[in-house]
Design a binder for this molecule. Sequence first.
Ligand code: BG6
Length: 509
Amino acid sequence: MNKTDNQALVIFGASGDLTYRKLIPAVFDLFMNQSLPEGYVVLGISRSPFTDKQFRKKMKEGILHFAHYRNAEMEQVDIFLSRLYYLSIDTGKGEEYKEVKEKLNMLNRQYNLRHNYIFYLSTPPTLYTIIPKYLYGQGLTLQQKGFRRIIIEKPFGHDLASAINLNDELLEFFEEDQIYRIDHYLGKETVQNLMVTRFANGIYEPLWNRNYIQHVEITAAESLGVEERGGYYDHSGALRDMIQNHLLQVLSLIAMEPPAKITPEDIRFEKLKVFRSLRPFSREDLKMNVIRGQYTEATVRGKHYKGYREEKNVGGSSRTETYAAMKIFVDNWRWQGVPFYIRSGKRLPTSVTEVVIHFRPSPQKLFKSSGNEPHADNQLILRIQPDEGILLKTGMKVPGRGFEVKSVNMDFHYSELNDHYIPSAYERLILDCMTGDNTLYMSSEAAKETWRFVQPVLDYWENDEDAPLHGYPAGSWGPDVADDLIEGKENTWRYPCKNLAEDGVYCEL
Ligand code: BG6
């Protein structure tokens, strides 16, 4: 691993929720794991008029709630908090960035930061080009003395054209290798494990292609609704919020070729090839292979759930999708003809993210299936969260007379590795940026290609009055028509429960 040099993390949008819930707890965990360098400070910047003391107090609460080491000795928490500083400026005004420069110079002298700065934009996207411009104006983006990196939260653009514009504008102030586009899914251990499972084992790779795999499912289900984020979500929707980024990233790890080496360039190159191979949606595909839905009010076991349109800051006749499902093809040698089914939704029966590899059935059906099991195809389930692990469904003989076959589970749970510390996604990603490793960050090309792929769907939904929006009751598995997406009479989505090995149609909210 690269050495971690002295440096400052400068967080714009420091009074926001992300800083409180994710960023500072993650940096604190890095501190507890002794991953921070000797000279290290966090400078929080926002418009809210906090003093350093008030900022530290709020961040302390965040740490005590959300950090892995939330039960650490108070003395340790206080040592860490003493490295947090705060500056209140109007980030929309160029002249106020002089204060940022002065403050950083001062902290530099005090902590020997070697002029190394990471700027983290945890702000509304409207500031994504403004902040870089003003940092540039103060010479803060130039790497003459130390490194200067910028981390940008999603959404990276709102559509293809805005993503291209954003990229071009950022490149006026930063070089591509200074820009870290965060997709927190890539920081999840179990997402990284997708690549390791494939390429560290001899047994999967020979089967990992169109000859042995019938189809692939990728599901990211959430039981929560939009909660307090209606304002943002109503302009986004499931396609922009989850599919364009997180789920297509997961797909690329499932579909990519083995990289020549485990270097950022080689891995990003292989993933990009997958994005370039995604078959563009035709007019017909848009009608047949893409489904959107929106949750409606429902009472589940006596508890009432609002419909999406009744949520705070959501338009009463909103047509934003809270569920999206699609059938995708990867047009390359390995995956020709293999459908990838992707779905994501809010207010589904449970919260789970997983990939299911459905292998082709054995060429001859020699044995009878037991009970009313329709058929027992082999499935490899890669569970990303919760109850992370791997499950292989395989046919076994039912004990007794005859040769009846039953599907059984061979499962491994990450929790069995309990002697290993599993870092949070943000912890891992911030540390990578500190060491200059951008493997798990999105390249500009990947961002562009994924937008290019989803753009026809966005256009179709926005402009075509006939494009249906299906209602689904809160707490159900989305629109019923989603089952028709899956090819083959006997095939349906897997309906996963909270527990990796349990699967059934019904799950508790
Ligand atoms: C975010 C989306 O990027 O990912 C949210 O904006 C979503 O709407 C979240 O809830 C899901 O992330 P995770 O890590 O909880 O699966």
